[in-house]
Design a protein around this ligand. Structure first.
Ligand SMILES: C[S@@+](CC[C@H](N)C(=O)[O-])C[C@H]1O[C@@H](n2cnc3c(N)ncnc32)[C@H](O)[C@@H]1O
Length: 326
């Protein structure tokens, strides 16, 4: 009998490694390991079964996240840095979004049959724990990228920005930090605005970044902006809604103003890069009509919305910018 290629076997069972990590995050196992502990102590702290916890800990050792010596488990570097309460780059809340993604990805087969997310719920319908993790994940992604975007766009004040679906406010914060004469308005859902308010206040920018609770699809954007930011927004929407959204952005801009789209951008045949091809499915399982789109599609929508030819700006990492000018 012919054997499967090794890479095929790894792809087939890749979910096991992912699930071990997600369960450890969900149970806060790395915090329970703390400065070093045996399986019984970890199980006591995590309120889990001792035998099962030992198997989980051993797998985490095999995966290189923990070490084990004389029955004592210790966090290795990645775990110590990101996965322990109070660690220097504690990312546990943001990583909980991956735990939530597992649930939606488990419905992929049904979604492919149905052509849309089955059991879809809007951001507004989610509980606080889900929303906090979702926005923390967005904020974590934006940690380095927001500065790169602000640098690439190089906006000079005095200027007004509209940050549509601004999430944590990371992009508005990055632009405002670069120039004290820039002001921004973040439009997001009522359940997300309190989280953005917190981030903006922590950044000391409450006097220049204003928060507006509303719906980007139905509410007016206002007028006279120099920049409209659509970061990680277009992938939630259908072609038709994207054209409508870009037309609203066009109306909201002053002459010469720019719209900045940040997103995963697929090759023309929609098969590359891998991260974008997978992200299209992430949107299939998580939204009614979202997807990942190609540069040609973004250019076409910008054109339909009345913008001058879109310019693509490559960024480090999985997402790029497409910029249109009014
Ligand atoms: C993927 S997140 C992107 C957040 C942020 N722009 C970033 O790049 O970090 C999408 C954002 O759009 C917001 N959103 C979704 N539907 C919306 C709607 N109908 N009106 C306003 N905001 C919405 C979500 O609450 C969330 O903050």
């Amino acid at each position: 009998m012919q054997r499967f290629p090794e890479s095929f076997g790894q792809m087939l069972r890749g979910f096991q490694q992912s699930r071990v990590l997600l369960t450890a995050i969900e149970l806060d196992i790395f915090t329970a390991v703390g400065d070093g502990a045996d399986a019984r102590t970890v199980a006591g702290r995590a309120d889990t079964d001792v035998r099962a916890t030992e198997s989980l800990l051993n797998a985490l050792v095999a995966l290189g996240l923990l070490s084990k010596s004389s029955g004592q488990y210790s966090n290795l570097e990645t775990a110590r840095l990101f996965l322990v309460a109070g660690s220097p780059a504690d990312a546990r809340l943001a990583l909980m979004h991956n735990v939530d993604m597992w649930r939606s990805w488990s419905s992929l087969t049904d979604c492919v049959r149905a052509g849309t997310a089955v059991g879809w719920r809007s951001v507004e319908e989610r509980d606080d724990r889900w929303t906090e993790a979702f926005i923390a994940a967005m904020h974590h992604n934006a940690a380095t990228r927001a500065e790169q975007v602000a640098e690439a766009i190089d906006l000079h004040g005095p200027a007004r920005i509209l940050d549509v679906g601004g999430g944590s406010g990371a992009y508005s914060i990055a632009f405002c930090r670069r120039d004290p004469t820039i002001e921004a308005e973040i439009l997001d859902l009522p359940t997300v605005v309190p989280i953005a308010t917190r981030h903006v206040s922590e950044a000391g920018l409450s006097d220049r970044i204003h928060l507006r609770a509303g719906d980007m699809l139905t509410d007016s954007f206002g007028k006279g902006f120099d920049l409209v930011i659509l970061s990680a927004i277009c992938h939630m929407l259908s072609h038709e809604d994207n054209v409508r959204l870009l037309a609203k952005a066009h109306d909201a801009l002053a002459s010469g103003g720019r719209v900045v789209i940040q997103d995963f951008i697929l090759s023309d045949d929609k098969t590359q890069p891998v991260a974008a091809a997978l992200f299209a499915l992430n949107m299939l399982v998580a939204t009614k009509q979202g997807s990942a789109y190609s540069e040609a599609e973004y250019r076409d929508w910008l054109d339909q919305a009345g913008f001058r030819a879109g310019e693509r700006i490559a960024l480090p990492g999985p997402t790029d910018l497409v910029v249109g000018q009014r």
